[in-house]
Design a binder for this molecule. Structure first.
Ligand SMILES: C[S@@+](CC[C@H](N)C(=O)[O-])C[C@H]1O[C@@H](n2cnc3c(N)ncnc32)[C@H](O)[C@@H]1O
Length: 256
């Protein structure tokens, strides 16, 4: 399948299901079963700063940064419906942001060498061109500008609970490796009576692409949240999994 077809499938999903995700995976949350910005403090003092959010979705992270004092806010997203929701949310809260309907893979109509921060919360993994996207993000940032993004941890898609149907191969109720860590091919996933298409990139793929785009990594966080790590007793499968492996990860990088 060509990249354009993948993007089209994902765009349809987000246009049809935007309301289901309103306000989810947005700052201060970085992702599922993961420490928040209140724990990690990756952004620091953002007052008066310029920021571009890639895959800004329903606009809740833009609103979060506006409330922290960021003054020049821009957001891009593939989905017109997500951007309509974001515009409404920001207007209702007396905030303004420049919202652009575009794919992150294209050269965006935003200024170059301009932003103090570019960030993306559970957005970057949707790109069909990781290196091209990182190269473009580097071009939008000032020297020493910060790029922060979070996504599913690679291991989360590789390891799952064995179940009734697989008990001929694995003991039921055990975490098993169901997919190769090295497999970065695209796969289709049924979600909400629809479909999305993603791939599962190795952590080294992200790190090497960042280095090639001219970033130095300041922090890689891949822990689970304290609530999951400290949970005890008769736990649900998601909590038990989060106690054993990272479900999400987050990288803070600086443009050289
Ligand atoms: C998990 S949501 C991100 C949610 C966001 N953090 C929020 O606060 O709502 C992923 C977003 O990525 C967008 N997206 C998916 N593929 C994209 C692409 N190729 N270019 C730009 N946006 C894309 C979707 O439309 C969706 O809004």
């Amino acid at each position: 399948m060509h990249n354009e077809e993948i993007i089209e499938v994902n765009k349809n999903y987000w246009n049809e299901h935007a309301d289901l995700w309103f306000g989810t995976t947005a700052l201060p949350e970085y992702g599922v079963r993961f420490p928040t910005e209140d724990d990690l403090h990756l952004f620091g003092d953002v007052s008066g700063k310029s920021m571009l959010e890639i895959c800004c979705g329903s606009g809740h992270s833009l609103l979060y940064n506006a409330n922290k004092g960021a003054t020049d806010l821009w957001g891009i997203d593939l989905s017109r419906k997500q951007l309509d929701n974001a515009a409404k949310l920001l207007a209702e809260n007396g905030c303004t942001a420049k919202l652009i309907c575009a794919k992150m893979e294209e050269v965006l109509d935003v200024p170059k060498a301009y932003f103090d921060y570019v960030y993306s919360i559970y957005g970057i993994g949707w790109t069909t061109d990781l290196q091209g996207t990182f190269d473009k993000i580097a071009s939008y940032l000032k020297k020493d500008g910060i790029f922060i993004f979070s996504w599913h941890h690679t291991l989360n898609y590789c390891i799952g609970w064995s179940c009734e149907e697989r008990k001929d191969i694995f003991d039921e109720g055990k975490l098993v490796m169901t997919k190769s860590y090295f497999d970065e091919s695209y796969f289709s996933m049924p979600v909400d009576d629809s479909e999305i298409i993603l791939c599962n990139r190795k952590i080294s793929t992200y790190i090497n692409a960042l280095a090639k785009a001219g970033f130095v990594i300041e922090q890689l966080a891949e822990e689970s949240d304290q609530a999951s790590l400290n949970a005890e007793g008769d736990l649900d499968p998601k909590t038990r999994k989060a106690k054993m492996l990272p479900i999400s990860f987050c990288i803070k990088a600086r443009k050289l």
